[in-house]
Design a binder for this molecule. Structure first.
Ligand SMILES: Nc1ncnc2c1ncn2[C@@H]1O[C@H](COP(=O)(O)OP(=O)(O)OP(=O)(O)O)[C@@H](O)[C@H]1O
Ligand SMILES: [Mg+2]
Length: 278
């Protein structure tokens, strides 16, 4: 059981997950749990904030934890990212009133990491380089849109019909052996005939389709390996991104698994790091 309690005195407990793209911070103040996130470029500002805390216990995780530690002038615990994420997921599940102890966990961060949790023990079983970094990188290349919030807002208004090739497009005039609505090829439609007229909205929606379908397809296969049909999806790639959620949810359901998106799931690593300080 992971439990967060107000600690005696005025001390603050702080968990930080410094990832490839974003730094996630979870901390308790007067018994209230707070969440913040910053671009990794602001790692120095986060370090200064930590250095200015007078009475605090700190635990750091994530791929950039070493960089952050080197900027601190006080002691901090360091934790393996996968352990912290798992602890944080358990905490957030309990907050949602759930007691799952076996599931597949897919963390769609800059890259995508997949973990099998069985009887509360986690094991990393795979991943894919297609993740939130792909979403941002390809979107920028294809449309020139640089801002994440603008990207995901525009994508919601786009249709993938002219860009993606569906199974039914290939099986012309006969019934396909699998659902005709499945994507046969992301970006595989005759896009060069319409390339000059494709809108930013269409291109962004297609990039999100590519990322979402890849992540969910790999997850569904991993869930079979893990003997579990519940797939918990976390990571900042879902933040303000209803289209990615929709693609991942519908693909996961179509393939017979049960998707679950955690509230504040992007803070799993930070919350997990914080929970070891209680
Ligand atoms: N404000 C934002 N700026 C940039 N990307 C954002 C923003 N909000 C959400 N994202 C999305 O979230 C992704 C990063 O997710 P997350 O914070 O979970 O990864 P990370 O922990 O930094 O990376 P990793 O775990 O792979 O080291 C980005 O690639 C992008 O798709
Ligand atoms: Mg991460």
């Amino acid at each position: 059981m992971v439990e967060m309690r107000e600690r005696a005195g005025a001390s603050m407990i702080v968990g930080i997950d410094a990832g490839g793209t974003l730094i996630k911070v979870a901390y308790t103040e007067n018994g209230t749990l707070h969440f913040d996130k910053y671009p990794i470029a602001e790692i120095q500002q986060v370090a200064s904030w930590v250095n200015d805390l007078s009475d605090s216990d700190i635990c750091i995780t994530g791929g950039k934890s070493g960089v952050l530690l080197s900027l601190l002038d006080k002691k901090a615990l360091e934790m393996v990212e996968f352990e912290a994420t798992h602890l944080g997921v358990q905490f957030l599940l309990e907050k949602m009133g759930r007691d799952d102890d076996s599931y597949l966990l897919t963390n769609v961060g800059t890259g995508t990491s997949i973990h099998c949790v069985e009887n509360n023990q986690q094991e990393r079983i795979g991943g894919t380089g297609i993740g939130g970094g792909t979403l941002v990188g390809l979107s920028r290349l294809l449309t020139g849109v640089m801002d994440y919030e603008e990207m995901v807002a525009l994508a919601r208004k786009g249709s993938r019909d002219r860009i993606d090739l569906k199974v039914k497009h290939i099986y012309e005039g006969k019934t396909p052996p699998i659902s005709g609505e499945l994507t046969a090829s992301n970006f595989g439609n005759k896009i060069f005939e319409v390339a000059h007229e494709l809108s930013k909205e269409e291109l962004l929606a297609a990039v999100i389709g590519l990322v979402g379908e890849t992540v969910s397809t790999v997850s569904v296969h991993a869930a079979k390996q893990c003997n579990n049909s519940t797939i918990i999806y976390i990571g900042s790639s879902f933040f303000h991104n209803p289209l990615l959620k929709e693609v991942v949810e519908s693909y996961t359901v179509l393939r017979g698994a049960v998707p679950l998106f955690l509230e504040n799931g992007e803070y799993s690593g930070a919350v997990g790091a914080m929970s070891v300080l209680k």
